[in-house]
Design a protein around this ligand. Sequence first.
Ligand SMILES: [Fe+2]
Length: 254
Amino acid sequence: MLILQLTDFHAVAEGKLVGGVDTRLAFTQLLRSVAQLDPRPDMIVVSGDVGDDGTDAEYAFVAAGLRGLGVPFVVVPGNHDLREPLRRAFSEEMGRAASHLAFQRHIGGVRIIGLDTLVEGHAHGALSDEQLHWLEKELNDTGTKPTLIVMHHPPCQTGIPSMDAIGLRLGREWLMELLERRADILGILSGHVHRAIFTRLAQIPVVIAPSATYQFALDFVRTGVFEIVQEPPQLMLHQISEGKDAITSYLVPA
Ligand SMILES: [Fe+2]
């Protein structure tokens, strides 16, 4: 099974730029690249920062584009997003709890769990106790099943100080307690960093996908610096093996 991960569109209103980048145009071009994928992905997971300002107009623009691809998709929020407008645009593609947008979906024998790390008004992320209780129950109720976790903020350090300063601040230990004792977690898919990073936590592979519209410099030294660099928008394909016990990830320039 082939899963396409797209992340960090940062879509804006018409005529607006993000750090000099026309993310709206980049998203439109991205859709063309995705439409040409052969074979077509079975599902698209969007790992947050759908819009840059979190407006209804941004989400309507992205929702229309994604729906036009004709591939089922799911969405988790990023730090630039806002829950209520997201809910309005993606009611079918995210969870519906009162306090978070986490969800569980099943496709082709694989369970996809989306987590909501958004702390509105802040760049860092958190997993609330309520959400972690929800996750524990969901995992227990549905038993053992090959599982992908999707969350905007990666649950690990990146080694990039600017990013680690706005990382997942709450819930990381509890999350890992829930995941690391299981043998059915194929991987954790994140975004947020605007760079490709591959690591693991416990025995679980963690894939941080680069942005589908623009990248930040790889800077191991400075903090508070988010320098946009001339690197192509990228998408990430994840192939789930026939036996559904492993994930193989492919980075593809858009
Ligand atoms: Fe982000």
